[in-house]
Write a protein that binds this ligand. Structure first.
Ligand code: CAA
Length: 241
């Protein structure tokens, strides 16, 4: 029977590529999104993948959202915690709102989304939890103290939870993308990309969302059953952890 996968932030950018790649592999996919109704409607129309709106930083909304997805499609076998935001600012100018928004969406969301599916995965003795962290959680990034802290936190979450899931047939892994050609990276001043970022990427280009999606599909598969607690870097050689 086809496995059920939920992808947060799954209607744009890396998440959309992941959702499409999982569907192409035969998964039943549900794509979560938080804000952009127009993009979500276009995504669902193009792909046939249903989109569900809720805020991953809100625990109750996640429990309700997962319940809705499970009622429609069955128990969640694969959870891809992809949703993420930036609120870049030098630390001396960073506001508490910028800090809270990024920690809520990028880190607290992992608790909010994984907790409601965890007991079911344990009972069924199978699960795949894949968290999209970032190169900037591994190396730290000027202008992103909030984002780097949240993404480094994601790695701690993965390493601890992987130990708890191992005996129950659940793997928990992280993928750390580098700079990928999505709206998030396109929002950075092109001069900053040209001067401060591209020169540090040995392959000399931004990555493509599909290049991250392939890594996620592999980690979700039965072939990856012995891989847990790992961090898979996909960053064009920018940082070798
Ligand atoms: N690396 C090194 N130096 C950088 C830099 C970078 N990525 N970004 C900016 N700088 C330098 C600037 O060149 C500038 O130096 P000078 O004073 O010598 O010119 C100094 O830092 C201050 O920068 P700004 O003048 O731009 O300061 P600002 O207050 O106007 O803007 C900022 C600050 C919003 C953080 C802006 O610099 C910026 O957007 N930087 C990019 C941060 C970044 O890499 N974000 C990644 C977003 S994509 C993402 O997060 C996805 C992922 O997972 C990889």
């Amino acid at each position: 029977m086809a496995r059920v996968a939920v992808v947060t932030g799954g209607t744009r950018g890396i998440g959309a590529a992941v959702a499409k790649a999982l569907k192409a592999e035969g998964y039943i996919v549900a794509a979560n999104y938080a804000g952009n109704d127009e993009a979500a409607a276009a995504f669902s129309k193009e792909t046939g993948i249903p989109s569900y709106k809720w805020d991953v930083s809100d625990f109750d909304a996640c429990a309700e959202g997962i319940a809705k997805v499970e009622a429609a499609h069955g128990p969640v076998d694969v959870l891809v915690n992809n949703a993420g935001i930036t609120r870049d600012s030098m630390f001396h100018k960073m506001t508490k709102d910028q800090w809270d928004a990024v920690i809520g969406t990028n880190l607290t969301s992992l608790f909010n989304m994984t907790r409601p599916v965890w007991e079911g995965m344990r009972a069924r003795k199978f699960g795949r939890v894949i968290c999209i962290s970032s190169v900037n959680g591994q190396k730290g990034q000027l202008g992103q103290v909030n984002y780097s802290a949240s993404k480094a936190g994601d790695l701690g979450f993965v390493k601890a939870l992987a130990q708890e899931g191992a005996r129950a047939g659940i793997t928990v892994n992280a993928v750390c993308p580098g700079y990928i050609a999505t709206d998030m990276v396109k929002a950075v001043d092109p001069a900053v990309i040209e001067k401060n970022i591209l020169p540090h990427i040995p392959v000399g280009r931004l990555g493509e969302p599909e290049e991250i999606a392939r890594a996620v599909v592999f980690l979700a598969s039965d072939h990856a059953g012995f891989i847990t607690g790992s961090t898979l870097s996909a960053n064009g050689g920018q940082y070798m952890a």
